[in-house]
Design a protein around this ligand. Structure first.
Ligand code: GUN
Length: 283
């Protein structure tokens, strides 16, 4: 079998057209959605992510503002900056790029963000609402994967989904969102023994472990759907996922590539959350 490619670039583009239209409608009624991104320090990966967020915001008509703070900024100064943005009516979404320098408590900073402007979906209030199925800002990567599965026509109800990874940003919320759509969910992680015995049972396999080409055809059930959240460099410095794509595509029925799979969906969902926040504020 050669798997169908789940194209995150194409699905993301389709969604961004819808977002662009939503932004345009909102602008004609007098509100321009505003996103503030706080970048602390000079982490090169973070700088690239932030630049991409700026560029993508502009493409759909969202006004973005990047606040660069030195790595030596105090926790208090950062919290004060967040509070200033909480009070600013022209800002509908606030994102503090992670990771933060060691002397700053990330949890405190996330909790300082107004939950109504928490477009990352990291605030405990949004996490809690998501857990009990209430309307909340959803974390962008799992939210983007749900959108991809739905737009590809992948059936979720009654399916066995195995999630490899248990981070607060991807693995844990991913399982919860799938559970709410009536999947049977199994979580695996770095301490799971005999990983393949679980993954071989998956109708849908979500891989978010951060290890290049770790999952191979030997972990995958014939005909399953494979979603690869990984973003790594292989031995030749080439971008690759957590799944060995060449091997997996011979077994799976559908699979996301890296690059061009989950990645483009993550920023798209940030734009969608920012639009949603601006729509609510303008009501
Ligand atoms: N660092 C890596 N991914 C993310 C993300 O989705 N949001 C934030 N705020 N920081 C990140």
């Amino acid at each position: 079998m050669t798997a169908q490619l789940i194209n995150g670039v194409a699905i993301g583009k389709e969604l961004r057209e819808e977002i662009k239209q939503g932004v345009s409608n909102l602008k004609s009624s007098g509100t321009t959605p505003g996103l503030a991104v706080i970048l602390v320090g000079e982490n090169p990966a973070s700088k690239t992510y932030v630049r991409n967020k700026e560029k993508s915001s502009a493409e759909v008509g969202i006004r973005s503002e990047v606040i660069n703070l030195p790595a030596t900024v105090s926790e208090k100064e950062l919290l004060d900056q967040v509070e200033k943005l909480n009070q600013d009516d022209s800002i509908h979404g606030i994102l503090v790029q992670l990771p933060l320098p060691e002397h700053i408590n990330e949890d405190l900073v996330i909790q300082k963000i107004d939950p109504n402007k928490d477009v990352d979906g990291f605030h405990p209030q949004n996490v809690g609402k998501m857990m009990i199925g209430q309307v909340a800002y959803l974390p962008c990567t799992p939210h983007g994967i749900m959108e991809m599965l739905e737009r590809t026509g992948v059936e979720i109800a009654g399916k066995h989904v195995v999630v490899i990874g248990r981070s607060n940003i991807v693995g844990k919320p991913m399982g919860q969102l799938l559970l709410q759509k009536d999947a049977t969910v199994t979580y695996c992680h770095s301490k799971t023994k005999d990983l393949a015995s679980y993954t071989k049972q998956a109708d849908i396999l979500i891989v978010a472990i951060g290890r290049a080409k770790f999952v191979t055809d030997e972990h995958i059930k014939e005909g399953s759907v494979v979603i690869d959240v990984g973003m790594n460099r292989d031995e030749n410095g080439k971008l690759c996922g957590d799944v060995d794509f060449e091997k997996a595509k011979e077994v799976a029925s559908a699979i996301t590539p890296v690059p061009g799979g989950v990645g483009p969906m993550t920023i798209t969902m940030l734009l969608k959350n920012t639009l949603q926040s601006a729509e609510i504020a303008s009501e």
